[in-house]
Design a protein around this ligand. Structure first.
Ligand SMILES: NC(=O)c1ccc[n+]([C@@H]2O[C@H](COP(=O)([O-])OP(=O)(O)OC[C@H]3O[C@@H](n4cnc5c(N)ncnc54)[C@H](OP(=O)(O)O)[C@@H]3O)[C@@H](O)[C@H]2O)c1
Length: 242
């Protein structure tokens, strides 16, 4: 998608992560970056204001702050990228078997991968303009595809990303009613060298640097049209099955 000139404001949520930070750099016009927004806003658990998916009030406050930034700069919010996500951590590890299913891990993985992004939809999608091109992109994962699941395992992560994909599809329909030029998609970044993938990177599997993955994702964002809305796309722009 060409955001036109001036491109306006881009917002990255989950900016402290490997892909989130690389996307902020890319959208800000890092060396060789194809896209440059006048303002790139970055929100995460350690930004000011900070967002916390366990505290909806923090999302509302951050959305109010974004609205003020746009108004003060007299710029439209044209792009929201949600780069947050959880696979492993103190709350648990991805399951190999149904015997390992754990309510605490499931609650957390759904909180970060599905409920948090849903609340982002609630508080941030209304900030997108009612006219002109605008994009909301949510980083998902190919393993969230039910149609593509041939290996099993990773119950919670797969299911939470499948839930995210359904939320994206549903929001895309509502967004189109508000603005026919809007696009709302789920994106699979490929396997990327970040803290999230690090314990699972196998020899032989193609693992790309975050900078390269962010560049690929921005290229996909640029190429999106309203016909793509509601889709799950990979980093090459190929549509994946739900
Ligand atoms: N890396 C891969 O190979 C790969 C493959 C497929 C899909 N993905 C997806 O790509 C996205 C980015 O992942 P990444 O590789 O960049 O992982 P990462 O480096 O571990 O970053 C994770 C991100 O999630 C946010 N986050 C984690 N827990 C959170 C919580 N409780 N509340 C709010 N935010 C939280 C962090 O935000 P802050 O630190 O800014 O607060 C951070 O931005 C995720 O959706 C992931 O599922 C990654």
């Amino acid at each position: 998608m060409n955001f036109g000139q001036p491109a306006g404001v881009a917002l990255v949520i989950g900016s402290g992560g490997g892909l989130g930070a690389a996307l902020v750099a890319q959208l800000s016009g890092a060396a060789g970056a194809p896209e440059r927004f006048q303002t790139v806003l970055a929100l995460g658990r350690n930004s000011l204001p900070a967002i916390d998916y366990g505290d909806e009030a923090s999302l509302k406050s951050a959305a109010d702050w974004v609205a003020v930034q746009c108004a003060e700069q007299q710029l439209e919010l044209r792009l929201i990228v949600v780069a947050s996500g959880f696979l492993h951590g103190p709350q648990g590890q991805p399951e190999r078997s149904f015997s390992q299913l754990d309510a605490g891990y499931l609650t957390h993985v759904f909180q970060v991968n599905a409920i948090g992004p849903a609340l982002v939809m609630k508080h941030f999608l209304p900030l997108l303009p009612r006219q002109g091109r605008c994009v909301a992109a949510f980083l998902s994962a190919k393993v969230g595809s039910i149609g593509d699941n041939a290996l099993g395992g990773w119950y919670g992560y797969r299911a939470s990303k499948a839930a995210l994909n359904q939320l994206v599809k549903t929001a895309s329909i509502e967004m189109t009613r508000r603005n026919r030029q809007s696009v709302c998609v789920a994106l699979h970044p490929g396997t990327v060298d970040t803290a999230l993938s690090q314990p699972f990177a196998k020899t032989g599997l193609k693992v790309r640097p975050a900078e390269e993955a962010a560049s690929d994702l921005v290229n996909v964002l640029k190429g999106l049209t309203p016909a793509d809305t509601g889709s799950l796309l990979d980093y090459q722009g190929v549509t994946l099955p739900f």
